[in-house]
Ligand binder design. Structure first.
Ligand SMILES: Cc1ncc(COP(=O)(O)O)c(C=O)c1O
Length: 396
């Protein structure tokens, strides 16, 4: 069967590919610790599970409105006001099949072929794939490890041209764990507003932060900013339910109306069961995120110190958000014979240390490795021992 030119160069997600490779080795009987996945190792609150079960038994099974049920959009509008100080009417919200779908919708409705998209690196793998799929031109701005992987306002300003359509801004960041403070978000947003550059603001890790003050969405900076921001959110990370595929996109009218038409022709609304889950997350009385955060903080603190003790591994600035640690492994890579670059090193680590990590190259950060600490403390400790042991065996 013919494969279109547009799709022929598309690759599977590299993070998923590495996770699957590590899991396959584990299934073959090896004692592999997989720290590659981007999903919390927690179970969603009981009230959320019960709401989904109730919806399955008693809820409608007919088609619903493309952007999601009015009751759920209304509830999300209230939630966004409570948590982010945003005043949005429900007609500015479209529920999607996870944040990934929201990003694809937003980019599809924003980009013409040849449009430039500013992409701070290290970046989440899907952004690059989506830009390329839509014929956009990525303009990478490197977030330096010495600056906590954050780009500066001057670096952003320097990357804007008369062809720039949008900035993809992910705060807190996967893969780096970088967290932009409210002042930094304000500065970046104002530059975009002045230049008329839209912002796809991926906020899926918004509540998972360890310092740096309160989270600020670019959409909350000013009315002008809200009119230029496509806010992407989800319950996948904050409520530990990525498999239920529910996210959302918030944007100005009439732009969001076109998103609704696009989604209506492509996938229609997300499952009613997933929408019931979202509603239950919004109404959840338990401090579920706080509970996860406490655990994540313990693991981050442990891992940061332990990883800094591994020969040839370096972390310049502690991550302040999400559940990832980006490690500069260039010294270790150079010390291992017959290994060149972080991809080969990640494969070497999987085979020799039995630890599955994602190489930085796939995020546009050569020489680095991403460690996900969405894993038990026991696994983290074991992984550090195994990596240290494998390097020590070579006299490193
Ligand atoms: C930065 C970022 N955005 C979006 C997503 C996708 O979220 P969802 O599972 O809701 O599609 C991920 C998942 O890893 C992510 O890390």
């Amino acid at each position: 069967m013919y494969i279109s030119k547009q799709i022929s160069t598309l690759q599977p997600s590299a993070t998923v590919a590495f996770t699957e490779k590590a899991k396959a080795l584990k299934q073959s009987g090896r004692d592999v610790i997989v720290l590659a996945a981007g999903e919390p190792d927690f179970t969603p609150p009981a009230s959320v599970r019960e709401a989904v079960a109730k919806e399955a038994l008693e809820g409608p099974t007919t088609y619903g409105p493309t952007p999601g049920y009015p009751e759920v959009r209304e509830a999300l509008a209230g939630y966004l006001e409570r948590t982010k100080g945003l005043k949005v009417t429900p007609d500015r919200i479209v529920f999607t099949n996870g944040a990934k779908h929201a990003i694809f919708n937003a980019a599809s409705v924003l980009l013409d072929p040849g449009d430039e998209v500013i992409l701070p690196s290290p970046y989440w793998v899907t952004y690059m794939a989506v830009i390329e799929l839509l014929g956009g031109v990525p303009r990478i701005v490197e977030g330096k490890s010495t600056n906590g992987f954050k780009i500066t306002p001057d670096e952003l300003r320097g990357a804007i041209t008369d062809r720039t359509r949008c900035l993809i801004f992910n705060n807190p960041s996967n893969p780096s764990g970088a967290f932009y403070t409210a002042d930094e978000v304000r500065a970046i947003t104002e530059i975009c507003v002045d230049a008329g550059v839209a912002i796809i603001s991926d906020e899926v890790y918004d509540e998972i932060t360890y310092g740096g003050g309160p989270f600020l969405s670019p959409a909350a900076v000013s009315d002008e900013a809200a009119d230029l921001t496509a806010l992407v959110g989800a319950f996948s990370k904050t409520y530990a339910m990525p498999g239920w595929r529910i996210g959302y996109l918030v944007g100005p009218q009439p732009w969001i109306g076109k998103v609704t038409s696009f989604q209506g022709q492509a996938t229609h609304h997300p499952s009613a069961l997933a929408q019931a889950a979202a509603l239950a997350c919004i109404r959840c009385e338990e401090d579920f995120v706080g509970m996860m955060l406490k655990e994540f903080r313990k693991r981050r603190d442990y891992l940061l110190e332990a990883v800094r003790g591994i020969p040839g591994f370096r972390v310049d600035v502690p991550p302040e958000g999400a559940f990832y640690l980006m490690v500069d492994a260039s010294e270790a890579i150079a010390a291992v014979p017959d290994v060149s670059g972080d991809i080969e090193f990640a494969i070497w680590l999987l085979e020799e240390a039995e630890v599955g990590l994602v190489p930085g190259e796939v995020f546009g950060a050569s020489g680095f490795l991403r460690i996900s600490y969405a894993a038990s403390m026991e696994d983290l400790e074991k992984a550090v021992d195994k990596i240290t042991g494998a390097l020590n065996k070579l006299g490193i």
